[in-house]
Design a binder for this molecule. Structure first.
Ligand code: AKG
Ligand code: FE2
Length: 320
């Protein structure tokens, strides 16, 4: 049998070698990268540097570019969420609406509010509607309330253009039912009165793709605070209509830890029927990662505490 253990050469004894014999007899390993540092301080330091290097490497790569996941596409969540401190401006503004002040600010995700069937009805509706949009850039929207729809690099009104034939009573019925369930969930999660909450503008379907941006509206990947963009918002909800990784790549939703100095993303991977809900103040800055393949469908359903900013559910009457 071949013995595959390599025998190391014993070092040649030199004339002026005064080291003691017992050390000599031990198998000495010749360092591959030159002599080992003899000085203890230097040794400790070099080990420290090495350990820190390994830790930084592991942290950087395992933490995947400083990300933590709030919701994975392939996991079904009853509820998963985080509390964050409300931004003082948000509290100052919302406290004028008793019954609507959250017990705590934060973000929640749930896969148990909207069924896959409901999400499918809304997805088919969105696909039928978007087929009329012919957009130039990567973002298209349909707003059932106002009739706004993306068209090339602008918007048009599909009610006025007599294009509302793509809307069916089932679509509107499903849309309203889903809105009601999401509204109750928001009230539940944030500990507020469901009747103090009103649907507000804009509430819209979106389709995002990897098409080059043509207008500012196409640039959905910028960090923003919803309340800064839409003053009437108090609670933002998102309903995802198709699946991250299966129907499209990229397009994850990211909360960031700090608007001015973002160092960490908290990710929500879209999943059909998944609802994400969060307080719309500066405690929840966020953006959508660029879609790299496919088309991502979602609905932004927005709520306000200000009855004056309320919008109604669309009906066949308003939509024809
Ligand atoms: O589609 C999403 O996931 C989020 C979109 C968004 O940030 C918004 O509508 O304000
Ligand atoms: Fe947003």
């Amino acid at each position: 049998m071949v013995n595959d253990v390599k025998l190391r050469k014993k070092p040649q004894k030199s004339e002026n070698d005064h080291s003691n014999k017992s050390t000599q007899d031990k198998d000495e390993i010749k360092p591959k990268y030159g002599p080992m540092p003899r000085n203890t301080t230097f040794r400790v330091l070099s080990r420290g540097v090495m350990i820190i290097g390994v830790m930084v490497y592991v942290w950087y790569y395992s933490n995947g570019k400083r990300e933590s996941s709030l919701a994975k596409q392939n996991t079904i969540y009853q509820t998963r969420g985080q509390h964050v401190d409300c931004h003082p401006d948000f509290i100052n503004e919302i406290k004028g609406f008793p019954g609507c002040v959250p017990k705590k600010c934060g973000r929640f995700v749930s896969d148990r509010i909207v069924t896959e069937y409901e999400a499918d009805i809304l997805l088919w509706f969105a696909k039928r509607g978007m087929a009329l949009t012919n957009v130039s850039g990567g973002a298209a929207i349909i707003d059932l309330h106002s009739g706004t729809m993306s068209y090339q690099d602008k918007f048009m009104n599909f009610y006025r253009a007599n294009l509302s034939y793509f809307i069916t009573p089932t679509d509107l019925h499903t849309y309203k039912g889903v809105r009601e369930k999401i509204q109750s969930a928001v009230a539940d999660f944030f500990g507020i009165n469901v009747d103090s909450l009103y649907l507000t503008h804009p509430t819209f379907f979106s389709r995002l793709s990897n098409k080059e941006a043509v207008t500012l509206n196409d640039q959905y990947w910028h960090i923003h605070v919803d309340k800064h963009t839409y003053e009437s918002f108090h609670y933002t909800t998102l309903l995802y209509l198709n699946d991250y990784e299966t129907d499209f790549k990229g397009g994850r939703f990211m909360f960031v830890n700090d608007f001015n100095k973002p160092t960490k993303n908290i990710t929500v991977e879209p999943r059909k029927g998944r609802v994400s809900m969060f307080t719309s103040g500066a405690e929840n800055p966020h953006f959508v990662e660029k879609v790299s393949e496919g088309q991502r469908y979602a609905i932004t359903i927005s709520f306000t505490c200000n009855e004056k900013k309320k919008i109604n559910d669309p009906t066949m009457k308003t939509s024809h």
